[in-house]
Design a protein around this ligand. Structure first.
Ligand code: G6P
Ligand code: MN
Length: 441
């Protein structure tokens, strides 16, 4: 018989949790569960998702011990895997991350630009605390982390826990892109063997091999140039996400070498994006009125009806599936390929060793075995080095409580550039984040 695992979902009250729960049910024979804990600091949100989980697991997975809690002692002890997706400050703070920069004439986005900076300064504190809390209770557990802004979190955790080899930072956007390529090419994305390099939300696919080693990237680029680009689940997406995917065609038109991550649009076209963003109604509002409302309504409905059979919209497949598949690959040493964040150490030959790059890696019982890509061309190297300097300075600003480093970070960010603008944005963000950030001196 296969081993059964203890897993905790940190951020159990997230809008992404139902999809994750569904993925765990779907993959019960591949990654059997013994105990599943949902853990959140917000008891109210957690209870709504917990009641949904109770109904879902009664229907699909009754043999699992399922609990939810706000007590870390209960949540983090004797775990095999920690699936982590926390959002310090919730959507209320995301709204500020997006609106404050916009009110000062720069891009507000949850992970890019000053919005991501503000969120990063909040996430670092809670992620460091979480890792310490986990290690005190589950020294061998794998921490599979989705928490954003993942690039900054990954660097902060590497700096704070340099010898901890069981923290894996990962993002679902590369998989979302692979699935979208699959739709466009009429191919099963499972067969894709991608070559990818960059930083989180700041990377490129250089090749997309099929099962015979044939590179599909040229054909894919030609299709995108003539037909545009859509997410695999276009029918379920809000307009802002459709616009985001469409921007891939513009980026390929300007820079045809590689297939860009969608998030690069903010760094390549900051003026254009700024002109398109509404300072009074940002993505946070779209999520609060859309996904969040739908997910919580549907969870309440399932709990009231005592069945999940009328619940449909709470499952984003890629996000939930990927993390469960990653755990499976580690648990059973399957060595499947995932795109993850790891320390460079020569993977990109002409970048510094200590850059936290995002590349493809085989994931097995001993962690990631990443694939190098050799030297990258000057344009990409320049982009990455500037962006990584911003990320590293953000981490140092946090760890050292340094105002000057925070100002340097924002000045280096391509969405700002001007130091006087950076100072205005920083001062406003400090004001809004008093309850979360260390004092910057
Ligand atoms: C992608 C990114 C995530 C991001 C998510 C949701 O999957 O990789 O980092 O959090 O999209 O974004 P949204 O704006 O829909 O909350
Ligand atoms: Mn991401």
């Amino acid at each position: 018989m296969k081993k059964a695992f203890n897993i905790v979902l940190v951020g159990g009250g997230s809008t992404w949790t139902p999809g994750l729960l569904k993925a765990l049910c779907k993959m019960k024979t591949r990654l059997p569960l013994n105990k599943l804990v949902m853990f959140d600091v917000n008891a109210e949100r957690q209870a709504v998702i917990g009641e949904y989980a109770k109904v879902l697991f009664r229907e699909e997975y009754p043999e699992v011990e399922l609990i939810w809690t706000t007590d870390k002692e209960v949540a983090l002890r004797d775990m095999d895997f920690i699936f982590c997706q926390m959002r310090t400050g919730g959507y209320a703070m995301r709204e500020k991350d997006e609106k404050i920069p916009l009110s000062l004439g720069v891009i507000g986005q949850e992970t890019c630009g000053p919005g991501g900076f503000a969120y990063g300064m909040r996430s670092i504190r809670d992620m460091i605390e979480l890792v310490n809390d986990v290690r005190a209770r589950s020294p061998q557990a794998w921490i599979l982390n989705y928490t954003n802004p993942a690039a900054i979190v990954a660097d902060a955790l590497k700096k704070s826990f340099p010898d901890d080899e069981r923290i894996i930072n990962i993002c679902d956007q590369p998989v979302n892109l692979l699935r979208s390529y699959g739709r466009l090419l009429g191919r099963d994305p499972e067969i894709f063997d991608p070559v990818y390099f960059g930083l989180n939300h700041f990377g490129w696919f250089t090749h997309l091999y099929d099962e015979n080693g044939h590179d599909l990237a040229p054909e894919l680029k030609a299709i995108i140039a003539s037909n545009g680009f859509k997410p695999v689940d276009a029918e379920q997406r809000d307009q802002s996400w459709l616009d985001t995917y469409a921007a891939v065609a513009d980026m390929l038109h300007d820079f045809p070498d590689y297939l860009p991550n969608t998030y690069l649009q903010y760094y390549l076209y900051p003026e254009y994006k700024l002109s398109k963003l509404d300072p009074n109604f940002t993505r946070a509002n779209e999520v609060i009125n859309g996904r969040e409302k739908r997910v919580f309504d549907e969870c309440r409905t399932a709990a009231a009806e005592g069945t999940t059979k009328n619940v449909h919209v709470v499952h984003n497949d890629a996000h939930g599936d990927m993390i469960v598949e990653l755990a499976e690959s580690i648990a059973f040493n399957l060595k499947k390929k995932f795109i993850v964040m790891v320390e460079n150490n020569g993977l990109v030959a002409n970048l510094d060793n200590d850059v936290m790059v995002e590349v493809a890696a085989e994931m097995g019982a001993n962690g990631p075995r990443p694939f190098g890509v050799g030297k990258i061309p000057t344009f990409y190297k320049g982009m990455i080095e500037q962006q990584f300097a911003y990320e590293r300075l953000t981490v140092e600003a946090y760890l050292e409580g340094s105002y000057t480093k925070a100002l340097m970070a924002l000045t280096l960010n391509r969405t700002i550039v001007d130091a006087k603008k950076a100072r205005r944005v920083l001062d406003a963000l400090i004001e809004a984040n008093r309850d979360y950030w260390p004092e910057l001196k």
